[in-house]
Write a protein that binds this ligand. Structure first.
Ligand code: GLV
Length: 411
């Protein structure tokens, strides 16, 4: 073959496969060598804050043959997903769907649809998720007010109410599962405060759903979302979200169109059969295999039962706490998420070295902090399928080994 055409001399990796004669080829960019190798994916224990390992049953669901995103069978599957989310969220809301996208898609969908440019929003920030929502709201032109604490900080209902009285927001955001700090924030009473002040209550349960109790209807949460890849154990890429009637009234009586076409709930509510119209119109092509796997993950949760799932997470994490304390490690906060545990970076150690050691020698992913908690914590997540004492033992054994073998060389 006439290789000179491609000038590949500087990159041995891109050498053309000898058996292909490309002398007559019209393409000037050769096929990359990496694309001619088979896909390789290592087996890892995903004991960080997500994604978590996906059980074979869910992987099998994802590998079922593709059907059209607008076939009647697909609509049935989407209807099942809606029922599964209603159970997981403990809500009867009709406006319950799954986003084609990660938890961020649900976050943007919530803000884009319920807030109009210039409106006031109040965001509690005690880790990365409040920071993200504030940035999203700012980008779409909202008037953003921040209620800030150090990572893992807790807001009293009184503080929240005072800030709502002061800023008169149309939306108040709280992360129930603040995974960057390992915090499970109490929610009781906040929905009532929001109602009293004509404000919508938006709650993020990406890291907590299935691991810690949440009752959307009873707790007067107006908008709730989660992700697929944490305690639900589905692959990343879909995100359940639900809006109650108060939220629907606000979002379907806007003066302006939402910034995003893809996340516009007028279209998504039709795509998910929630708008009462007889026909579903084409809006976008949903992630068909992602929906198969989400359905399977919600089916597993329904079979197991929410209470059983909460109990399991509580038991396993208590076992993990004890093991961590026995290793001389310090838990970072008191109001802890049962799904993601944060430990203070042990004195004298470089957290990056510890984590790299654990990955290299034990094939276990644990992570450092995220956003404002970087450098403060290390995070261990045992979620859903991964939530077993045997996995806690694996994590503890790896940590003990790393503490013994990593130099004390504070970064
Ligand atoms: C992501 O959700 C994380 O907490 O790292």
């Amino acid at each position: 073959p006439d290789k000179s055409k491609f000038d590949i001399s500087s990159d041995a990796l891109c050498e053309l496969p000898p058996r292909v004669d490309r002398s007559m080829s019209s393409v000037t960019i050769p096929p990359p060598a990496c694309m001619l190798r088979p896909l390789e994916v290592p087996l890892r224990y995903l004991f960080g804050p997500g994604p978590s390992n996906v059980p074979p049953r869910i992987l099998a669901a994802a590998s079922r043959p593709i059907i059209g995103h607008m076939h009647p069978e697909m609509y049935e599957i989407m209807n099942d997903i809606k029922r599964g989310i209603q159970y997981a969220f403990q809500t009867e809301n009709n406006m319950t769907i799954a986003m084609s996208g990660s938890g961020h898609a649900a976050m943007e969908c919530a803000v884009f649809n319920t807030v109009e440019p210039g409106e006031s929003v109040l965001i509690s920030i005690n880790g990365i998720w409040g920071e993200r929502v504030a940035e999203i709201a700012e980008r779409m032109g909202a008037n953003v007010h921040r209620l800030v604490k150090t990572p893992g900080g807790y807001f009293t209902n009184k503080e929240i109410e005072q800030a709502i009285e002061k800023h008169k927001p149309v939306l108040f955001f709280l992360a129930h599962g603040e995974s960057s700090a390992g915090l499970c924030h109490p929610v009781d009473g906040i929905g009532d405060i929001c109602r009293k002040h004509n404000c919508l209550f938006l709650v993020d349960t990406v890291a907590s759903l299935g691991a810690a109790p949440i009752f959307m209807d009873k707790q007067n949460i107006d908008i709730l979302y989660t992700g697929s890849q944490k305690a639900l154990n589905a692959p990343p890429g879909t995100a359940p979200i639900s809006f109650n009637e108060r939220a629907c009234r606000k979002m379907f009586n806007r003066k302006t169109k939402p910034l995003s076409y893809l996340f516009d709930m007028t279209h998504l509510s039709n795509y998910w059969g929630c708008d009462g119209k007889p026909a579903r119109e084409y809006h976008h092509t949903g992630p068909v295999s992602g929906f198969f796997s989400l359905r399977e993950s919600l089916a597993i949760l329904a079979e197991k039962g929410l209470e059983e799932s909460w109990k399991k997470h509580t038991e396993v994490v208590a076992y993990l706490y004890k093991g961590l304390e026995d290793l001389g490690l310090k838990l970072f906060i008191d109001l802890r998420l049962p799904s993601v545990t944060t430990i203070t970076v042990p004195d004298g150690y470089n957290w990056r070295e510890l984590l790299a050691y654990i990955m290299k020698h034990h094939q276990i992913e644990m992570t450092g902090g995220l956003g404002p908690s970087i450098g403060m914590v290390m995070r261990i997540g045992l979620m859903g399928y991964n939530c077993e004492k045997t996995n806690a033992d694996k994590a503890l054994n790896a940590l003990a080994d790393a503490l013994k073998n990593c130099k004390k060389s504070k970064s």
